[in-house]
Design a protein around this ligand. Sequence first.
Ligand code: ZN
Length: 263
Amino acid sequence: MFVYQSSESLTFANQPVFFAVTDRFGGVSNKPFDTLNLAYHVNDDKTLVDINRKRVLQEISLCSQSRSPLASLYYLTQIHSNRSIVLDQMLAESLPHADSIHLGEADAIITALPQRLCMVMVADCNPILLYDTFHHILAVVHAGRLGVFEEIIPHTLEQMSALYHTQAKDILMYIGPSIRACCYEVGEDVKKEAFKKGFGAMINDTSRLDLIACLKQQYKQLGVADAQVEIDPRCSCCSPMLYSYRRESHTGRFALIAMLQQH
Ligand SMILES: [Zn+2]
């Protein structure tokens, strides 16, 4: 069910934050979504996705050692933007109780509330966790090529700073499995766009774009050091246990799910 989780991370050791990255096993979806697809928007059977999400909720309740069972999974309609939604007390109270709670159209969720499981779904895009260790604030981010080019990480950090006084020096970051330069060949339009955005050096001589290198350039410019960042070694397109849009086109989504723990 999980390809990786915070209990295995040295970067996040002893931090009061939980995260897990799902794989494609342990669910009930049929081909081509077999089996733990967590997304509704890919035309999978909604009742099966609901069962998958419920199973993930139960498993996280167990392995995060939560005192009470976790009630809900907060998720977005992801639109490849640089927009974030802040899950604060007022918003949380305005939403109906459910296993899955839709927050709206955006590509990042920021929260200071503990015990709220926030999810971003991917199949090659970068699932990213930002954690402010000083103010105990979390963000989960969906950053594909468009999101990276539209600077979703700088925008999310800016939002965290504006609302909660987050500083780059206090950030820990986890970049989950995503398509890597080994598999991400891009066309002329994307190449042109990359040069325009200052990422020309991140395209190699076989037209492969290295989005991790783009992200590194961005977080360093923000004042986040390599030592504050954990980069998952997995390429989603090379890993059959993960969904990959590039490899399969019509497929499901795996997820990065994270929450603040009480401390
Ligand atoms: Zn690869």
